[in-house]
Design a protein around this ligand. Structure first.
Ligand SMILES: Cc1cc2nc3c(=O)[nH]c(=O)nc-3n(C[C@H](O)[C@H](O)[C@H](O)COP(=O)(O)OP(=O)(O)OC[C@H]3O[C@@H](n4cnc5c(N)ncnc54)[C@H](O)[C@@H]3O)c2cc1C
Length: 363
């Protein structure tokens, strides 16, 4: 067996680590000049989205002997709507760092990989297919899945973000649900040290958003964050992503090509989260190649989560600011605490069943 992994990100590197454990040395092809060679940004793991797994780092460690470190845990979430605010103190999840930072998740994974990584790769999928018996498609986007007519796109999103300097509580995150800041999307602040944080707005590329000027929302959002934190935050870096595609593969595996991470469909449409799911697809693909399980079967749960997540996204797109105010007001207290407390139940799955009739009714 001769395995090529296209992309040295979360899913590709995880797959390599798992294969090496069972005596398979893949070759990894990365088109950038080093692992994580992109802007630094903080990302979150929310327990609410990964249940029944309530602690992803413990789960990866105990169940898969994959040892990764978050930058901190999240012990407080501040949810803001236009007129309301909910503060929930619970163990809500973890923060990670991505990109060029020395402790980024991809660098932590790369430090555990022994296989050869070919940097600045210009090898196409077709070339790899000719040279190797198996290809793990792990490029973090849907380009090849689309090209192979294997992708069902649900939506794309625009994201604009910045690294800001100020004073932050490392374990406290903020989320804004306000259509005047991010229409049908959301804004967030994730700290990655006591003095640095990312502030980001993300919203779907719906027809009514096409004409909107992101800069208008961005200025409003930035002012809102500064006001909320009573600080004048200094912007030290900025990024913008257009057409961030979210969708899912029709087949998780075609012949000896395995679609992993975002190539498979792990960027979940509700909030665009997908780190945990990307890592899991890397594990599942390796397990299939080692003869332990079938990739199509292992990824079924992720496909189901994707469908629930898409239903919730469609539901969220119907929310106006009065509805957000109503929800946020009720999250401030017992309900919010219950929602975020560790549990085997997944309330988002239940919520997606509740939302489904309304989505269908309105087409
Ligand atoms: C701004 C932003 C914020 C996010 N926030 C969160 C969050 O808070 N929580 C969360 O869970 N998820 C978040 N996500 C989603 C999460 O980052 C992704 O779901 C996850 O990284 C996908 O992993 P992957 O393995 O598919 O791709 P990646 O980890 O992105 O790796 C893909 C790799 O493939 C390489 N590559 C690309 N094309 C080629 C090619 N042709 N040949 C060779 N190599 C190639 C890339 O350079 C990269 O190294 C966020 C995404 C973005 C963009």
């Amino acid at each position: 067996m001769n395995v090529a992994i296209m992309g040295a990100g979360l899913s590709g590197l995880t797959c390599a680590i798992m294969l090496e454990r069972h005596g398979i040395q893949p070759t990894i092809f990365e088109h950038r000049s080093q692992v994580g060679d992109r802007f630094v940004n903080g990302e979150a793991f929310l327990n609410l989205l990964t249940r029944p797994v309530n602690d992803v780092f413990q789960y990866l460690s105990d169940e898969h002997q994959l040892y990764l470190k978050p930058t901190s845990s999240i012990q407080q979430i501040n949810i803001h709507s236009q007129k309301e605010k909910a503060i929930i103190n619970e163990h809500i999840g973890f923060l990670s760092i991505r990109g060029r930072h020395e402790f980024s998740l991809e660098k932590q994974l790369a430090n555990q990989v022994k296989s050869k990584i070919v940097f600045n790769s210009t090898h196409s999928y077709e070339e790899l297919l000719r040279e190797f018996t198996h290809v793990i498609m792990a490029t973090g986007d849907a380009a090849y899945s689309n090209k192979l007519f294997n992708f069902r796109e649900a939506l794309s999103a625009t994201l604009k973000g910045a690294t800001v300097e100020g004073k932050f509580e490392r374990c406290a995150v903020h989320v804004w649900l306000d259509n005047t800041l991010a229409p049908k999307g959301y804004g967030y602040l994730l700290p990655f040290s006591d003095t640095e944080a990312n502030i980001v707005i993300a919203y779907p590329d719906l027809p009514e958003n096409q004409q909107q000027q992101i800069i208008k929302y961005w200025d409003r959002f930035y002012e809102c964050v500064c006001r909320e934190l009573s600080q004048s935050l200094k912007i030290t870096d900025q990024f913008q992503i257009k057409n961030y595609q979210m969708g899912i593969c029709k087949s998780a595996r075609i012949g000896n090509t395995f679609f992993t991470g975002n190539c498979f469909g792990t960027a979940m449409p509700f909030l665009g989260f997908g780190q945990f799911e990307a890592i899991m697809t890397g594990i599942y693909a390796a397990n299939d190649l080692c003869g332990f399980s079938k990739y199509e079967e292992s990824t079924m749960d992720l496909k189901n989560s994707y469908e629930h997540s898409l239903t919730l996204r469609r539901g969220l797109e119907k929310f106006n600011n009065e509805m957000y105010d109503f929800v946020v007001k009720h999250l401030d207290g017992y309900l919010g605490k219950r929602l975020f407390q560790p549990s085997q139940q997944n309330p988002l799955k239940l919520a997606s069943y509740l939302v489904r009739p309304f989505i269908n009714k309105d087409g």
